[in-house]
Write a protein that binds this ligand. Structure first.
Ligand code: ATP
Length: 403
């Protein structure tokens, strides 16, 4: 659907990321007016990351293919000479990271972990079935819908892994760009998208780490190789992307990676939900990556259980030994931690452990009322004023730009 930006009033900024600004908007072209999240990418922003244009369009194309209760759908998009904007359903419940911080002890109960994992696995299974590897699973990207169920967000780092055909051979080493931490994360997470091997970045450190590796890594490698995952042959990607504490050993090593990176990230996320911290965090990035390569997760204060067994299997350093590598999502679902889960009836049977507070939900009604009363601002004007602030800048927009 083509969104008519003349009919859209932005009510507030929901968040900012490397790719763009996300607004809560009311669209009066529908009757009654509808509320959604509008992600806006500025085409000519001076802070634009290399390749951002392609990644923004990629995100839109991924969204247009999704149809799953725990994944966002593309409501519509709009493009001007300055902006690319796309709309997805608004999730009023915040994200899993914020939710964890709101808990008194900062960790989820085993039952809550099982609930969230089943929905995330179900969403990953759908992505993988489309040949899409997500590559950015972390609590901040797990949003909570109004009914307490999850939605994964942020697909600009995802990647299509085409089935093996004629394997392209191209590989051009270049300097490794590290994305500056532009996003106001609640913790110091920097997303990384290196073009190729990170070894230049690591220097000596990676060599030390490499010497501790169990499986030898070929020094000579093509940009793509193939292997069998489930019933299909998929290529592997060699780009170095992800979020520091969530990147897998094969990404750190620059070995090439495929769907198993998502199962690794699921292991990190599960650990964080259970222990309130990620398993490999070091004092700096180099130490974190060395830990990713060499250190085993510590299960301090917890008896060995199906949960710790699941985490250990998802965090297998060798991707070919990792849960989910050979058998995909079905293999992960079959782990004893999920015994009794009715995977086909998740929405009907599973009750969310937490629901967004009623005040947060009432925001929707209030937002629609204020939009009907003519409040809000034009997103095109918002960016124009950011570029050329004028003394006459509208008070409400001014406050929002300082958000
Ligand atoms: N559907 C939504 N409902 C509510 N809030 C949302 C929604 N989508 C995104 N947000 C908010 O906007 C923030 C930025 O969104 P998103 O992560 O998609 O942007 P990004 O530019 O791709 O970020 P990143 O730097 O992680 O790539 C999120 O962290 C979240 O707080």
């Amino acid at each position: 659907m083509e969104i008519d930006l003349d009919k859209v009033r932005a009510l507030r900024v929901l968040g900012r990321g490397a790719m763009g600004t996300v607004f809560l908007v009311a669209d009066s072209s529908a009757s009654p007016a509808s509320l959604y999240a509008l992600k806006v990418f500025e085409k000519h922003s001076p802070n634009k990351k290399p390749d951002a244009d392609r990644r923004a369009r990629w995100e839109v194309s991924v969204l247009s293919r999704l149809s799953h209760p725990y994944l966002p759908c593309l409501i519509g998009s709009a493009e001007t000479s300055e902006l690319l904007a796309w709309a997805v359903p608004f999730c009023p419940g915040g994200d899993l990271n914020t939710l964890r911080y709101s808990l008194s002890d900062g960790v989820f109960s085993t039952a809550a972990i099982r609930f969230y994992l089943t929905e995330i696995i179900s969403a990953l299974a759908h992505l993988h079935s489309l040949g899409i590897v997500y590559r950015d699973l972390k609590p901040e990207n797990v949003l909570i819908q109004a009914d307490g169920h999850v939605t994964l967000t942020d697909f600009d780092l995802s990647r299509n892994l085409p089935k093996k055909q004629n394997v392209p051979q191209f590989y051009s080493p270049r300097t490794i760009p590290v994305e500056p931490a532009s996003k106001q994360h609640r913790r110091n997470f920097t997303r990384i998208f290196f073009g190729n091997s990170p070894s230049e970045y690591f220097g000596e450190q990676i060599k030390k780490a490499k010497s501790a590796r169990v499986s030898p890594v070929s020094k000579k490698r093509p940009s793509f190789t193939s292997h069998s995952s489930g019933n299909d042959m998929y290529e592997r990607s060699f780009s170095f992307v992800g979020t520091e504490e969530y990147v897998s050993p094969e990404v750190v090593r620059g070995d090439g990676h495929e769907f198993a990176v998502d199962w690794w990230a699921l292991g990190v996320l599960t650990y964080e939900m259970a222990y309130g911290k990620t398993p490999f965090k070091g004092r700096n990035r180099k130490e974190t990556f060395r830990n990713v390569l060499t250190r085993q997760p510590e299960f301090v204060g917890r008896r060995r259980s199906e949960l710790t067994d699941l985490i250990g299997k998802l965090l297998a350093k060798d991707p070919s030994k990792r849960l989910g590598f050979a058998g995909g999502a079905e293999e992960v679902k079959a782990h004893p931690f999920f015994s009794g889960v009715k995977w086909d009836l998740l929405d009907e049977i599973m009750r969310p452990p937490y629901l967004p507070p009623i005040e947060d939900l009432e925001e929707e009604t209030a937002a629609l009322e204020s939009a009907a009363a003519g409040e809000g601002f034009d997103v095109r004007e918002y960016f124009r004023q950011l570029r050329e602030p004028s003394p006459a800048m509208d008070q409400s927009t001014s406050a929002l730009t300082e958000f």
